[in-house]
Design a protein around this ligand. Structure first.
Ligand SMILES: Nc1ncnc2c1ncn2[C@@H]1O[C@H](COP(=O)(O)OP(=O)(O)OP(=O)(O)O)[C@@H](O)[C@H]1O
Ligand SMILES: Nc1ncnc2c1ncn2[C@@H]1O[C@H](COP(=O)(O)OP(=O)(O)OP(=O)(O)O)[C@@H](O)[C@H]1O
Ligand SMILES: [Mg+2]
Ligand SMILES: [Mg+2]
Lengths: 229, 229
């Protein structure tokens, strides 16, 4: 499904150079559940942005379902993103002026194959699944941190994506709500054969995955299916 | 130091009423290290905003060093905040157009008793303490999630506050960086006699405190110094 070859990402800030990714190569098959861990600043979100087609690498190759993503146009990548990916961002990226329901409907509007009633039903259903049925009309500023995070999770799932990219999806959730979200991911992965790639800094959360990638200074230093460490 | 009596917070949203705090009473003495836990949406951030004088309760009393905060003017509360509190917000609240150094200097500018050179030195020192010495000129969008969180922590500490309010301060930090931040809080608490009130959803993090408050549906359901549970 996914093949990265020698992917590099360099940021230029005035005279400074930050090499956020330093030659990352990896393969991920359909239906895998991968946890991505590593120190703060090691390049996890940068890697997630590359995999989710949000950002182009400075160099290297990214084959997604056999297609080379790095040479696509902005529109082609945006289209691919909407079709294949559901993305839970580390800082949520919710629209401040839209309420929970409207935020979750957004990917369905972009997909252009749902009526307005279908959008409302699908968005309401997934918001109910993450326990926010009573918060549909709240805007982000009227929601708790963990509720905002769950709106971001609902938005990532509403368009039935083939690949879920989740960047610290339980960072603001108590253990019970965390378990519910992780149970939902596991169900989508095991029964829906949906590929899940999840950044987390909590070993208990990483345990839910079948494979662990460890990043350090922009490079993969460990790639294992022995989840007991 | 802090006494809350029957504090309530009610939000009105159209026809809906959300009772975020339903009669919270508690006392916190100088030098205590308190962890605040509870389910997502239980009122933790609302309680933190009340304690940190960012928001006024709908009813009830808040005595801080013997002064009634609920009857103060907006300016008096802003002054009190800057003098006594350092606040790490759950969503960081950094200025997007300022870099890390400028964000951390902000409380010092408001305090109006430092030269521009003193501000730069104090801000640089605390940013170094949280491991961001090489990121001083990066703006928030050029920082990783955990780096943004550490800028927020540095900003909370730079003005040597008497009370640190930290809302999920390690939510985006790997275990090593987390430990460093918690060690810093412990040092400030044990050696500086600084009062620390910290929201967390991780039991390992809560273990660093001496007292645990458990919130559920806007009410305190447990208040214990037995940290082994
Ligand atoms: N401005 C607002 N208008 C309406 N309701 C609000 C507003 N702000 C917060 N709420 C509601 O008040 C409740 C408490 O919110 P609060 O942010 O204190 O929760 P929390 O315990 O910090 O949750 P989390 O762990 O998810 O951060 C939530 O149910 C939230 O939806
Ligand atoms: N636009 C940018 N310009 C310059 N440097 C950047 C930019 N974005 C990120 N960086 C740097 O690239 C490095 C990797 O960032 P990234 O966000 O991928 O880290 P991360 O592993 O997700 O960290 P965290 O666990 O703290 O979220 C960091 O050191 C960061 O400062
Ligand atoms: Mg990140
Ligand atoms: Mg909160």
């Amino acid at each position: 499904l996914i093949t990265l070859q020698e992917v590099r990402k360099r940021y230029l800030l005035g005279d400074n150079v930050v090499d956020a990714l330093r030659g990352v190569s990896l393969s991920i098959n359909r239906g895998e559940y991968v946890a991505l861990m590593g120190p703060s600043g090691s390049g996890k979100s940068t890697l997630m942005n590359t995999l989710g087609c949000l950002d182009r690498p400075t160099s290297g190759s990214y084959l997604l379902d056999g297609q080379e993503v790095t040479t696509m146009s902005l529109e082609e990548r945006a289209d691919l993103r909407n079709k294949k990916f559901g993305f839970v961002f580390q800082n949520f990226n919710l629209l401040a002026r839209a309420n929970a329901l409207e935020n979750v409907e957004l990917p369905l509007i972009y997909a252009r194959r749902y009526t307005s009633r279908q959008r409302r039903e699908k968005a309401t259903e997934v918001l109910n699944r993450v326990g926010l049925g009573e918060r549909l009309d709240h805007r982000p500023a009227q929601l708790s941190g963990g509720q905002q995070q769950r709106v971001a999770i609902a938005r990532a799932l509403v368009n039935d994506p083939a690949i879920i990219m989740a960047d610290e999806p339980t960072g603001n959730l108590d253990s019970k709500t965390s378990e519910e979200v992780l149970a939902l991911f596991r169900e989508l992965n095991k029964q829906g054969n949906i590929t899940v790639i999840m950044v987390t800094h909590e070993p208990d959360v990483a345990q839910h995955a079948d494979r662990l990638l460890l990043l350090r200074d922009g490079a993969i230093v460990q790639d294992t299916t022995d989840m007991k460490q």
